[in-house]
Design a protein around this ligand. Structure first.
Ligand code: SF4
Length: 244
């Protein structure tokens, strides 16, 4: 059952505008809507302050819309739903994304895709999807739940492409990421979707935690290149200029 918009509460971590520092749209002026709460436990997570659902401040939907309207800067390229994990509050994302699209601004979700049915509900209101695949060494989930996580990620990827959204993949790698496991995941991804439908495949080296060597990065790059020659290794660039 879907909640009426007036009943929806938003546990909000923060709203701010910065320079997009990762992925295929790095360098764009972006408003970030960070929602509190994430059920995953990536050991290199850089937003641990937003992991607990209770870490945010609770607002009504209209209050959040008003905050967005007053803080939206001119020439904002897109509004990112981030977290935490935005699918935890998917009903709030739907309502806020609809509001942003009505303003003529692109909506963008960065999600670990732990729940493909929630993702399907949000998808009509999103223009750009960053599908994040987690490797086992991330510690996002324990071994028993890992296959289920990957299955949901693949379903989200497939749905996003089918809905003709701008869709790209991001995988964070560390020096402990197993190249064989990575190659296996890449094969599954390109069994599921055609490379020609993807807007990008970003391999993101971990930052300050178990950073991968150049040799290891090449092994990941080489696993993707035969399927998708536009693969890129892109670090989080906002950290280099001290931006959030
Ligand atoms: S899914 Fe994202 S927010 Fe959640 S623990 Fe992993 S990196 Fe952090």
């Amino acid at each position: 059952m879907r909640l009426a918009a007036t009943e929806i509460k938003v546990n909000l971590s923060e709203i701010f505008t910065s320079i997009e520092g990762e992925g295929i749209l790095f360098g764009t002026k972006t408003m970030f809507v960070r929602l509190a709460g994430c059920p995953l436990k990536c050991h290199w997570c850089d937003t641990t302050y937003a992991l607990s659902f209770d870490s945010g401040t609770q607002y009504g939907l209209d209050e959040v819309k008003a905050m967005i309207s007053t803080s939206l800067l001119p020439n904002t390229y897109k509004v990112n739903f981030t977290g935490g994990e935005p699918l935890v509050q998917h009903e709030a994302v739907i309502e806020i994304a609809r509001f942003i699209q009505e303003k003529g601004i692109r909506t963008y979700i960065e999600s670990a895709c732990f729940d493909s049915s929630r993702f399907a509900k949000v998808l009509p209101y999103i223009d750009i999807c960053k599908i994040e695949f987690k490797m086992k060494d991330s510690g996002a989930v324990d071994g028993r739940h890992y296959d289920n996580l990957v299955r949901n990620e693949l379903e989200c990827l497939e749905a996003s492409i089918k809905a003709k959204k701008v869709t790209y993949i991001k995988v964070v790698v560390t020096n402990s990421t197993d190249p064989e496991e990575f190659a296996g995941l890449v094969a599954r991804i390109f069994k599921t979707v055609q490379g020609s439908k993807l807007a990008g495949f970003i391999i993101q080296p971990s930052h300050n935690v178990d950073e991968p060597s150049l040799e290891r990065l090449f092994s990941f790059y080489d696993a993707v290149y035969p399927f998708y020659p536009e693969v890129r290794i892109v670090p989080q660039m906002h950290k280099m200029i001290g931006a959030r």
